[in-house]
Ligand binder design. Structure first.
Ligand code: AMP
Length: 358
């Protein structure tokens, strides 16, 4: 059951756990609706902290800082799912958390997530748990190659993953992941990748943006295009699956579900993100109210906004590493809108910004 939660009035304060680009764009969206944001992030000088009313720079297990943070906010949300669950539980005793602990905890562990998805009757890639090198060798025997070894926790943007193309890769794969508990996933031979970005409100209603088609390189999202080249029926099925997941988590806020499309009409759930998502950035210039505003609306218990797209096609390209050096050229291109994250240093594979072409 969803608990009742009074609407927060403009002027209230939203706490954001995590100070990266997603937190930054959430804070800007919150400001547009008249809210103040306070960011909590262990790293100093973070992108979100520089657009927020206040920023706590403290470790995730600093209970004094967490308590002070809880004292100055009316609700807490998070921009990434690797906030340690005990920190969120500590905050939950002091203030409202949206989305809740269940969404965070479930998506922190790939094994729990896969079991949960299958428990809902949805399909995942074939997988096996690998806690030892011997278990990995057995798993390769059952699942075969190609396959991907993924750490159960703390992976993102292709990190914590190793692709096995032959059976003899097992020892190298196991060493590459540092012997951490992992799952081996069979390689899904997909036609395309799509994602659903939806927001679920306190009353259980939800609003989904148009299904997005995504292209990844080296495990990192490069491009999102809307509309996705799939049938209307498959799009409806994807949205139904995502809303089923959101409801089962009693999720409040934006949730993203990434799928592999196999053949013309088979959907395999790849991953759930209990937060705003890179594949939803196109909504910033493609919709009147973007995923960030939608998340804030859900979290403060305001009505959800329309998810209507206002351009026939929208394409979002990430600016990764040195891509960002082309900012001056990109800023001058017609019908193209550049968004930069305010990161101080360019690093290989680091998301620095994105451009949206409508
Ligand atoms: P992940 O971080 O697990 O979402 O993986 C990032 C990207 O790697 C995905 O979006 C896919 O492009 C690719 N990938 C991950 N797992 C698989 C799989 N089991 N089969 C095929 N491609 C995969």
């Amino acid at each position: 059951m969803t608990t009742t939660f009074d609407r927060l009035a403009a002027g209230s304060t939203i706490g954001i756990l995590g100070g990266g680009q997603l937190g930054r764009m959430l804070a800007v969206a919150a400001a547009e609706l008249g809210f103040d944001c306070v960011v909590y992030e262990p790293e100093a000088d973070c992108p979100a902290g520089r657009v927020a009313a206040k920023c706590f720079t403290a470790a995730w297990d600093d209970q004094e800082a967490l308590a002070a943070f809880a004292d100055c906010v009316d609700v807490v949300t998070f921009e990434f799912e690797n906030v340690p669950a005990p920190s969120l539980a500590f905050l939950a005793e002091r203030t409202s958390i949206r989305p809740g602990l269940k969404s965070l905890q479930l998506t922190q562990d790939r094994l729990d997530e896969k079991q949960f998805i299958q428990g809902l009757g949805l399909e995942t890639a074939p997988y096996a748990t690998c806690d030892t090198l011997e278990a990995l060798e057995r798993a390769v025997g059952t699942i075969g190659v190609p396959a991907i070894l993924k750490t159960r926790t703390l992976g993102y943007d292709g990190k914590g993953q190793f692709r096995l193309s032959q059976i003899s890769d097992t020892a190298e794969a196991w060493a590459a992941l540092g012997g951490k508990p992992a799952i081996l996933e069979g390689f899904v031979s997909f036609e395309r990748e799509v994602s659903v970005i939806l927001a679920r409100a306190v009353d259980g209603s939800f609003a989904a943006f148009d299904v997005t088609e995504n292209v990844h390189q080296g495990g990192i999202l490069r491009t999102s295009t809307v509309p996705a080249q799939i049938s209307e029926a498959l799009g409806t099925k994807a949205v139904e699956a995502a809303s089923q997941i959101a409801a089962a988590l009693d999720h409040i806020g934006v949730l993203a579900v990434e799928f592999f499309v196999v053949g013309a009409d088979q959907l395999v759930v790849n991953e759930i993100a209990p937060r705003v998502h890179n594949s939803g950035h196109w909504t910033q210039d493609g919709c009147a109210a973007d995923q960030f505003q939608q998340h804030i609306r859900a979290v403060v218990h305001w009505p959800l906004a329309s998810t209507k797209r206002h351009a026939p096609q929208v394409v979002m390209n990430n600016l990764i590493g040195t891509d960002v050096e082309a900012w001056a050229d990109l800023a001058g291109q017609p019908d193209t809108f550049i968004h930069l994250y305010g990161k101080r240093a360019v690093r290989d594979g680091r998301k620095m910004g994105h451009v949206i072409k409508i």
